[in-house]
Design a binder for this molecule. Structure first.
Ligand SMILES: *[C@@H]1O[C@H](CO)[C@@H](O)[C@H](O)[C@H]1NC(C)=O
Ligand SMILES: *[C@@H]1O[C@H](CO)[C@@H](O)[C@H](O)[C@H]1NC(C)=O
Ligand SMILES: *[C@@H]1O[C@H](CO)[C@@H](O)[C@H](O)[C@H]1NC(C)=O
Ligand SMILES: *[C@@H]1O[C@H](CO)[C@@H](O)[C@H](O)[C@H]1NC(C)=O
Length: 216
């Protein structure tokens, strides 16, 4: 009985520290310049430094559209930047469903560094040790289409509606000033949000200089 209680309290402590991570949900389009810059120049370096205080979710879709192609229910997508964008987003949707964020973000950021992300999937998978053959069969098949469709449902359910990309929610909330801050200095914004929800934590080395600057 006592042991169970102790276990219960321990688990609660465990989950409450977990829940204090800043949730960052990025709705993006693989071929949009702002999305590409944000993912490769802000999100990846910040995540590499601070993955212990941020919980990142990526949702590639943007302003794509999905159609039911035939009676068999096959899906067809139409992407803002054409079919190459659909290809890249199918690939990334598969990768996001197959790997955890610390594995998949370097792969996606590698693709996004290129003006033609769909061309780089193979070389980026090799660089980041992802299994390209599984990714290819997923992204050219039904599974990839289902994943991308799910992303579309999430994107279209946004309140307020997605107006541009990247469209970033912090702890589930959209705000225009936070978008601008995130594009300028994501690390600073994460440190501020983390401090607000969790209180300043001496153990977050990555935020120490940020806190010192802010408190000057
Ligand atoms: C991270 O985000 C995912 C997706 O929104 C959510 O299901 C999960 O509970 C979050 N984890 C933490 C620790 O906040
Ligand atoms: C993510 O996956 C990699 C490779 O499977 C693994 O080494 C790593 O520990 C995982 N990271 C987390 C945070 O689960
Ligand atoms: C992050 O998202 C998870 C799952 O929705 C939620 O339980 C948690 O409270 C969120 N964290 C913050 C700091 O809002
Ligand atoms: C951290 O949050 C506290 C309130 O919780 C606030 O007084 C303090 O100014 C914040 N510090 C920074 C550096 O944002």
């Amino acid at each position: 009985m006592t042991l169970l209680f102790v276990l219960f309290v321990c688990m609660q402590l465990f989950f409450s520290t977990e829940a204090s991570k800043v949730n960052v949900t990025v709705y993006y389009s693989s071929h949009c310049w702002y999305s590409r810059m944000f993912i490769s120049n802000q999100l990846l370096p910040t995540y590499e430094e601070m993955s212990d205080i941020m919980n990142v979710t990526l949702i590639p879709y943007g302003k794509a559209k999905v159609y039911i192609q035939d009676k068999a229910g096959n899906l067809e997508f139409e992407c803002r930047f054409g079919n190459n964008e659909c290809k890249a987003m199918l690939m990334q949707s598969c990768a996001l469903n197959m790997y955890n964020m610390s594995t998949v973000l370097p792969f996606i950021a590698c693709m996004e560094k290129s003006t033609a992300p769909q061309k780089e999937s193979q070389s980026c998978a090799e660089k980041t040790n992802l299994d390209i053959s599984t990714l290819k069969s997923c992204s050219t098949g039904k599974q990839g289409k289902q994943y991308l469709k799910q992303n579309g449902l999430k994107t279209n359910a946004l309140q307020p509606n997605l107006d541009y990309v990247p469209w970033i929610l912090f702890n589930g909330v959209y705000s225009r000033p936070m978008q601008l801050e995130a594009r300028e200095d994501l690390k600073l914004l994460i440190c501020k949000l983390y401090n607000e929800t969790s209180g300043p934590k001496d153990d977050i080395v990555a935020c120490q200089t940020t806190y010192e600057i802010l408190n000057r």
